[in-house]
Design a protein around this ligand. Structure first.
Ligand SMILES: Nc1ncnc2c1ncn2[C@@H]1O[C@H](COP(=O)(O)OP(=O)(O)OP(=O)(O)O)[C@@H](O)[C@H]1O
Length: 315
């Protein structure tokens, strides 16, 4: 990626709302070009506020933000045409059809070519799976359909960067899968995608990179694979003889042994321990071992390890 500037870069970015609420606290964020970057955090952690500063919709109290190499909000006029955004539910005209909403939205964009408008609108509707409902009035759309229409608006032109605030909000599981597939496709075409989510597994499924926010502060950022690897996996033994198994693991010096119904879980022992030996010892001690696995750490494990808190995935 050489010397090309990051897609998004912030230094000390801070927002204190008039009421005194410190929504974003000295954020240093680097979103590499070509990444699918997940911006993760529970509700109220400052994600939307950050996105609104990045898009020049509100002024930061302090710090700087650069988007596609240029300072925001100062360069908004030249930067924003290169960015597709879906923020806080798109503004829709309920009395217009989905298709007419997009035609109107595109007509309001001075950088959009009117000669290709109809074809681009048709293609965008198709990409988000709204072709069949294109003629329906937008007020009859479900939340998920409105979300798709907003995404279609962001896709009317080829963009270098897509900024999507909770893009799967309001969608059913099938709709979520479709949007995730679309995001992967866009990334393969070379678009940098920055998306916020409060769903850890969503980030794990689609993102190459992630940053975790908590109460306005950045907890961690980096490649998803590395973040997950920073948390140690767990040893999981499935057995009806949980008491005996737990005792033996503890005697072996294995930490954090926990019994849960017919499972005993524990911290994975040091790298140089032969797991098969532990399994054999359990069996020798008469423990009926029905399952013995070293589970890979998830992003959630990393989050818990980093913050010492659970992550409210139900949000
Ligand atoms: N316009 C505003 N005026 C005052 N406080 C605000 C305003 N907008 C947001 N806040 C507060 O700033 C904090 C961060 O909110 P923000 O919406 O950025 O979080 P979020 O992570 O995007 O959460 P959500 O997923 O719920 O949108 C919250 O405590 C919120 O109540």
């Amino acid at each position: 990626m050489g010397k090309e500037p990051a897609a998004i870069e912030t230094h000390g970015l801070t927002k204190r709302y008039r009421g005194g609420q410190l929504a974003v606290n000295r954020l240093d964020l680097t979103v590499p070009r070509g990444s699918v970057f997940g911006f993760l955090g529970p509700n109220g952690s400052g994600k939307t506020t950050t996105i609104r500063m990045l898009m020049g919709l509100i002024e930061p109290t302090d710090g700087t933000a650069r988007v596609l190499g240029s300072p925001m909000p100062r360069a908004a006029r030249t930067v924003l045409p290169r960015v597709g955004a879906l923020i806080e539910g798109p503004a829709l005209y309920g009395f217009l059809s989905g298709r007419d909403n997009l035609l109107r939205y595109d007509a309001a964009d001075p950088t959009a070519d009117p000669r290709t408008r109809t074809a681009r609108v048709t293609a965008a509707l198709d990409r988000v799976g709204l072709t069949a409902a294109a003629g329906k009035k937008a007020r009859a759309y479900s939340l998920g359909m409105k979300q798709r229409l907003g995404l279609a608006a962001a896709l009317l032109q080829r963009r270098e960067l897509l900024v999507l605030d909770e893009p799967t909000n309001g969608l059913d599981p099938q709709g979520m899968r479709e949007i995730r597939a679309l995001i992967r496709e866009l990334a393969e075409d070379g678009t940098t995608v920055f998306l916020s989510s409060h769903l850890l597994d969503e980030i794990e499924q689609v993102c190459s990179h992630a940053a975790v926010m908590n109460q306005g502060r950045l907890v961690v950022q980096g490649e998803v694979a590395e973040l997950a690897a920073s948390a140690r996996g767990r040893l999981v033994v499935t057995t009806p003889d949980t008491g005996a198994a737990a005792r033996l693991l503890k005697e072996r010096g294995i930490a954090d042994v926990t019994v849960d119904e017919n499972r005993v879980t524990a911290e994975l022992p040091p790298e140089d321990t032969e797991l098969a030996d532990i399994n054999a010892e359990l069996v020798r001690a008469g423990v009926r071992v029905r399952g013995f696995v070293a589970e890979r750490a998830s992003l959630e494990d990393a989050f818990v390890a980093l913050t010492g808190e659970g992550f409210d995935v139900a949000g």
